[in-house]
Design a protein around this ligand. Structure first.
Ligand code: KIV
Length: 256
């Protein structure tokens, strides 16, 4: 499928369980996740925390994302590659479009940016240039410093309505899907049922959105220093790495 066909297929998908997305930051993981049948590989700015060792995503630059995006793109996955616009690379519609073009030139099929009504003009500038955009609403990690931490969203009818208003503004600006992050299950269901494009949830509860996205290190248990409460690791790679390294060290030292 061409990138445009992949985007169209995802946009047309509704119903719980219809999209399985994962973050991805390098070439071997892109090949493996693609072979597994993952629908979307997101080169997300969570990269900053789970790969680069920063405390949050506000330290991630365009150069960081490009370095990892190029590696993922070299795998030529069948999955849709979405790349995050890092903080302060989309402060104006012109800057947003320029950044999106750089990401597409580096191998992204689509881009993602955080925020609702206030970002609609930026989203429009990108989609009108023919570049597909995925929205991101609810808890916005790039706002962590302003908000003084990570707070669940959609706890009141007013908050739920604000997220829904953001979703409607983004749809009007042309997004093909919306990531909902840390939104209450009840609010996620309302938003998902109220819009025609798919929602892709993380930390929103099970079967509340049309799809789900997980940070790949949460799935693999390979970043043990911070595991979000909603993470469901399927393996414990950090233990396997420790065990393998210990066996190697013992083997080498046994020769002395
Ligand atoms: O950067 C990222 O990993 C994300 C997910 C949390 C959706 O944006």
């Amino acid at each position: 499928m061409t990138p445009k066909e992949k985007v169209a297929a995802i946009k047309a998908t509704k119903g719980p369980g219809s999209i399985a997305a994962l973050t991805c930051y390098d070439y071997p993981m892109a090949r493996l996740l693609d072979e597994s049948g993952t629908d979307i590989l997101l080169v997300g700015d969570s990269l900053g925390m789970v790969v680069l060792g920063f405390p949050d995503t506000t330290h991630v630059t365009l150069a960081h994302i490009l370095h990892h995006l190029e590696a993922v793109a070299r795998a030529k996955p069948a999955a849709l590659i979405i790349a995050d616009l890092p903080i302060h690379t989309y402060d104006t519609p012109e800057q947003a479009l320029a950044t999106a073009k750089v990401l597409v030139a580096a191998g992204a099929d689509a881009v993602k940016l955080e925020g609702g009504i206030h970002q609609a003009e930026k989203v429009r500038a990108i989609t009108q240039a023919g570049i597909p955009v995925c929205g991101h609403l609810g808890m916005l990690p790039q706002q962590v410093l302003e908000e003084g931490g990570y707070h669940k969203k959609g706890k009141t009818p007013e908050q739920t309505q604000a997220i829904l208003d953001g979703a409607i503004a983004l749809i009007d600006a042309g997004v093909f899907a919306i990531v909902l992050e840390s939104v209450t299950p009840a609010a996620s269901r309302i938003i998902t049922e109220s819009i025609s494009i798919p929602t892709i949830g993380i930390g929103c509860g099970e079967s509340t959105c049309d799809g789900e996205i997980a940070v790949v290190t949460d799935l693999l248990g390979s970043f043990p220093w911070f595991v979000p409460p909603f993470a469901k690791p399927e393996v414990n790679l950090s233990n396997s790495i420790l065990e393998a390294a210990a066996k190697y060290i013992a083997r080498v030292r046994s020769r002395s």
